[in-house]
Design a protein around this ligand. Sequence first.
Ligand code: NAG
Ligand code: NAG
Ligand code: NAG
Length: 288
Amino acid sequence: MASLKIKAIFCMQLLPLLIGAFSVIRINGSWDVEDGLLRRQTGHQREFDYFKLSLLWPGTACRNTTKCCSSNACCRSNSPSIFTIHGLWADYNDGTWPACCSGPQFDKEQISTLRKPMKKYWPSFSCKATSTCHHEKGSFWAHEWEKHGTCSYPVVHDEYEYFLMTLNVYFKYNVTGVLFEAGYVPSNSEKYPLGGIISAIQNAFHATPELICSGDAVEELRICFYKDLQPRDCASGSIIKSGRVSSGSCPQYVSLPVVNGSGGNEQVAGFGLKLCFAVHLLLIFAFI
Ligand SMILES: *[C@@H]1O[C@H](CO)[C@@H](O)[C@H](O)[C@H]1NC(C)=O
Ligand SMILES: *[C@@H]1O[C@H](CO)[C@@H](O)[C@H](O)[C@H]1NC(C)=O
Ligand SMILES: *[C@@H]1O[C@H](CO)[C@@H](O)[C@H](O)[C@H]1NC(C)=O
């Protein structure tokens, strides 16, 4: 009992000391404690202005696929027919952006609990490794964390927070849902007015997106956010001038191509499911 009391008193005396020490560290602005945490960026790296959530259209990203491997979502039997995540980027209002800020290297263990949604909604569309910030090659996720995630301090403090926050923003602002609802659905024959796509996003989120095209196919759609994750216009967003809309490299009429062989094709997916079901039934009967 007595020793407990002593401990409690000791503890209470220690508290102000700790608070004091912590404030000194904060004032000096350089704590490089604890692995996995982003450090305060000093001097050379100005704090970013806003976030840009960059989304990929798989039907376009997969057009040039020639090589297949397990990491390439183009090759999945159920490759996605929704916009998937490219990355959440920290940008400046002047159109430039910071990259490869100080921070720990990618560690896949830190996001092991996010693996399932990450594989589904943030897949790679290539077999090639991408460059990381440490003159090495790494996964798509490693590239996004090291190049962009590390620059999102002080909103983001570590790798787990970066990926979780990006997934949450992506789920909250469902670009695919907004476009489908407005009638802009995957198709290899339809062409849609660029202005219509931009208006649909503006009406839903009260912010102007930015589009990137490859030929007339939408390759990326980007939506932007303040640091508190409220939507805002992208700084290099779409421009409407004398009746003509321009955004990135996109023409006035654009397409949302279907992924070859599978994506957007309900019949194939439905057939796959039925086949799977049938095989399971057969197996069950075989064992009875
Ligand atoms: C596909 O390849 C063509 C020709 O090399 C290129 O112009 C186009 O940008 C590529 N598309 C994508 C989505 O990478
Ligand atoms: C997709 O289909 C087009 C036209 O049918 C074909 O030229 C192209 O090679 C296909 N790409 C893949 C990845 O299957
Ligand atoms: C968004 O909406 C589409 C179309 O309604 C739906 O298929 C999808 O599951 C929704 N969620 C995400 C994260 O895309």
